[in-house]
Unconditional design. Structure first.
Length: 187
C-alpha cells in the first residue's frame, strides 16, 4: 500500500521500531546507567551487604541489607544522600534489613511507646531515658539512640544480632510531627 509514493507498511514498521527503541532505550539507560551504578555505590558503603531498588509508580523504594555498623544514623544519611544524588527526589523509602532476634524485636516493640510519644509530644530527653532503661533491663549489649531534624535512629546489638529502626519526625507531606513539646503549630 502506498500513499504519495510512500510505502505505508515500511513507515509503520519504522514508527513502531522507533517507539520501541525510545521506550526500551530509556529503560535500559535507567537500569545500566542509574540503578546499577547506585547499587554498586551503596554496596561500597560500610555495613551495606546488598541493595535492591524497586521502581514504584511515584518513585523508588530501596531495600538495603545491612551488616553491623557503629552508627546507623551516619550510614542511613549516606545511603539517602547517594540515592537522592542518583535518583533525585524520587526516593520514596529506604528500608533497612537487619538481623534481628526475637529478643531484639521484643525490645523494639517496647521502645516504640517512648519513641512515638516523643515524636508526638517532643519529650526527647524522656524518650532517651526510657530507652536507656529498657536497654539495661533487656541486657542489650550495645545500643544507640540518635536524632536529627528528620528522623530518630535506634540501633540495638546483642551477640550476632542487630536491629535498626529509623522513625520519621516529619510526615511525608513535609509537616513536622512534633515541634518539640507542646502543640504542633503546623496542625
Amino acid at each position: 500500500m502506498t500513499w504519495k509514493g510512500w510505502r505505508l507498511h515500511f513507515v509503520f514498521i519504522g514508527l513502531i521500531l522507533t517507539l520501541l527503541l525510545l521506550f526500551g532505550g530509556e529503560g535500559l539507560y535507567r537500569r545500566y546507567f542509574v540503578i546499577e551504578p547506585l547499587k554498586q555505590s551503596l554496596k561500597s558503603e560500610q555495613g551495606v551487604q546488598a541493595v535492591d531498588v524497586q521502581e514504584m509508580p511515584q518513585g523508588y523504594r530501596l531495600l538495603v541489607k545491612m551488616g553491623p555498623v557503629e552508627n546507623i544514623q551516619s550510614a542511613y544519611q549516606e545511603i539517602e544522600t547517594r540515592a537522592e544524588k542518583a535518583l533525585g527526589r524520587r526516593v520514596l523509602e529506604v528500608v533497612l534489613i537487619d538481623k534481628r532476634s526475637p529478643a531484639l524485636a521484643n525490645a523494639w516493640q517496647q521502645a516504640q511507646f517512648a519513641i512515638y510519644e516523643a515524636v508526638a509530644r517532643g519529650n526527647f530527653t524522656e524518650m532517651a531515658a526510657r530507652v536507656d532503661e529498657l536497654a539495661r533491663r533487656e541486657e542489650i549489649e550495645h545500643y544507640a539512640l540518635n536524632i536529627d531534624a528528620h528522623n530518630i535512629y535506634l540501633q540495638f546489638h546483642q551477640g550476632d544480632n542487630y536491629l535498626y529502626a529509623v522513625i520519621p519526625r516529619i510526615e511525608s507531606s513535609g509537616n513536622i510531627l512534633a515541634a518539640g513539646g507542646g502543640v504542633n503549630p503546623g496542625a
